[in-house]
Design a protein around this ligand. Structure first.
Ligand code: ZN
Length: 202
């Protein structure tokens, strides 16, 4: 049985202006965005000033909302470049960033700069692409983070804990936006079985 660890995350900002970076990562359908929304809502309740950003490339749901698979929403600002976040963060105390894997390489410097200026930065993103390779720049963000949380989905084949996003189509683009029509969550074993070259892909 999988037991969610008690992470002891510091929810409340304001201990002498120290900033930090939290990364929430995992496969598709693992609840990354739900966890991001949960943490940011707690910051709202604590009456902290929160700004949320997402890459403008991800328009699957609503243009200016961060929407999770279970339809929880929170207002956000779509931005084209990572450096836009520095310009728009202003004097907020908490910066939320969803779909961080779609940002350009500048995101690492941007996030460090925000944390160094005393802000709490909470990012969510895919840790691996559909081939199981680490998803840049999430790799760097996980390295510079003060806290990393890995969320898991459930394997649709066998019910085990799933860490992989298995692509159901033949496209070989690293970025192919889609939902359950394009991806399914799989455990290591079922993912590897699906990736065997002899297997006929849908
Ligand atoms: Zn499985």
């Amino acid at each position: 049985m999988f037991i969610e660890p008690n992470l002891g995350l510091p929810d409340i900002h304001g201990n002498g202006g120290t900033g930090w970076i939290e990364v929430i990562c995992g496969s598709m359908f693992s609840g990354k965005t739900e966890e991001l929304i949960r943490r940011l809502n707690r910051a709202y309740i604590a009456k902290q000033k929160v700004e949320i950003f997402k890459p403008s490339t991800d328009k699957r749901y609503h243009e200016s909302d961060v929407v999770s698979h279970n339809q929880q929403t929170i207002r956000s600002t779509p931005v084209q470049f990572a450096s836009d976040i520095l310009l728009l963060a202003g004097d907020c105390q908490v910066v939320g960033i969803d779909e961080a894997q779609f940002f350009d390489a500048e995101i690492t410097r941007v996030v460090n700069t925000l944390a160094n200026s005393g802000k709490r930065v909470v990012l969510a993103g895919l840790d691996m692409d559909y081939t199981g390779k680490p998803f840049y720049p999430m790799t760097e963000l996980m390295a510079i983070a003060d806290f990393v949380t890995k969320t898991h989905a459930i394997c649709v084949k066998c019910g085990s804990i799933a860490a992989y996003s298995f692509r159901l189509t033949k496209s070989e683009e690293q970025v192919l936006l889609g939902e359950k029509d394009v991806y399914e969550a799989r455990c290591r074993k079922c993912f590897n079985q699906g990736m065997k070259p002899t297997k006929t892909r849908l």
